[in-house]
Design a protein around this ligand. Structure first.
Ligand code: UDP
Ligand code: MG
Length: 343
């Protein structure tokens, strides 16, 4: 029975030793379990790659995957899932906001037969009021809009059965909202409340614009409601405009006191223009996503892997773990470029 723990890391040099120490402590204490720790370096620009190489050199249960640049949290998680070989896989943030001590409990639920055990944050320490409010609003909005129910206040901290991991690997979309995709897979899912700690060290890697992009990606990949909204607003305003036209005609034909109502005209033009622009914007958002999907680019590029040789020799006859859609760019140091739009 092998348990994989996937840890996405982006500039996390300050927390990694502590994260590793706590993960190993907790995982070693689960009876009857062998584990692998899979750290995905999402193109960090600090000492993270060196720290990870060190951890790997000291502990054969560590595997590291270094992406060729910063691809973003959700892609890093995906890269980790592609490389994990466990019967169950845990996703956990590197910053110790998700307490590793919850993992044994998740594991116990999995043993009971649940295929997904997701953490629900009951309390969140060390976050700004703004983040708390926007997060709360976001989870309620996405759950209201989405066709699949997405549990409120869950992050990616969860344990998934191999079946679910295989299902996720088979989902080819590029705009990846992992927690929604996991809900979509179905299976037996179970919530596990936990209290979210403050970040152990360092600062958030989700600045405001990254959060906005994350929210837009989530909504547009799990809901077509905005498109419908555009249509209904269009109908409603057209209806209103029709009433206005009839009214104008009546006034023009049957009364004498009609005035060149440029103000009304002006307002109507502006209003309709606004509605049209909104609708076009929404269309653009979805068309942009279609364009992005049809390009079929690999989701991520791996610059380097460490620690997989031993695992491969025992688990699949010495073959490299199969990585769909990933191109291996080995032994070529690619300077981490800042993520598109990231600050
Ligand atoms: N992360 C990543 N790539 C990114 C941004 C974040 O791999 O582009 C990782 C980060 O190292 C951390 C996890 O994703 O392990 C969650 O990020 P963070 O703690 O900064 O987000 P927050 O908890 O503030 O929402
Ligand atoms: Mg965090």
């Amino acid at each position: 029975m092998l348990l994989s723990v996937v840890v996405p890391c982006y500039n996390e040099q300050e927390v990694l030793p502590e994260t590793h120490r706590r993960l190993v402590g907790v995982l070693s204490a689960i009876p009857g379990v062998t584990f692998e720790l899979l750290y995905v370096d999402d193109g960090s620009a600090d000492g993270t790659p060196a720290r990870l190489a060190q951890l790997q050199a000291d502990d054969p249960r560590v595997r590291t995957v270094r992406l060729s640049r910063n691809f973003g949290h959700q892609i890093a998680v995906t890269a980790g899932l592609e490389h994990a070989s466990g019967d169950a896989v845990v996703l956990i943030d590197a910053d110790l906001q998700d307490p590793p001590e919850v993992i044994p409990e998740m594991f116990a639920r999995w043993r009971e037969g649940f295929e997904v055990v997701y953490g629900v944050r009951t309390r969140r320490a060390g976050e700004t009021q703004f983040k708390l409010f926007t997060a709360k609003a976001f989870y309620r909005l996405i759950n209201w809009l989405s066709e699949v129910p997405i549990p409120l206040d869950t992050g990616d901290f969860r344990l998934m059965d191999r079946k679910v991991v295989e299902a996720l690997k088979a989902m080819p979309e590029r705009a990846r909202f992992v927690r929604g995709m996991v809900s979509w897979t179905g299976f037996r899912q179970c919530a596990l409340p936990y209290s979210r700690a403050a970040r152990f060290a360092g600062e958030t890697k989700y600045p405001f614009w990254k959060m906005v992009r994350f929210a837009v990606a989530a909504i547009s990949s799990f809901s077509v409601a905005p498109l419908k909204l555009a249509m209904w607003t269009g109908f409603a305003t057209s209806g209103l405009a029709l009433v206005g036209v009839v009214y104008a005609m009546l006034v023009r034909l049957f009364t004498n006191d009609w005035v060149p109502g440029w103000a009304g005209l002006f307002v109507a033009v502006l209003f309709l223009g606004g509605v049209q622009l909104i609708s076009l914007g929404i269309l653009g958002e979805y068309i942009g996503r279609i364009y992005d999907e049809v390009k079929r680019r690999p989701l991520f590029l791996v610059a380097e892997r460490r620690g997989f040789e031993a695992a491969a020799a025992t688990s699949n006859g010495g073959e490299r773990p199969s990585v769909r859609d990933a191109v291996v760019v080995e032994h070529r140091r690619i300077e981490p470029t800042p993520a598109v739009g990231a600050r």
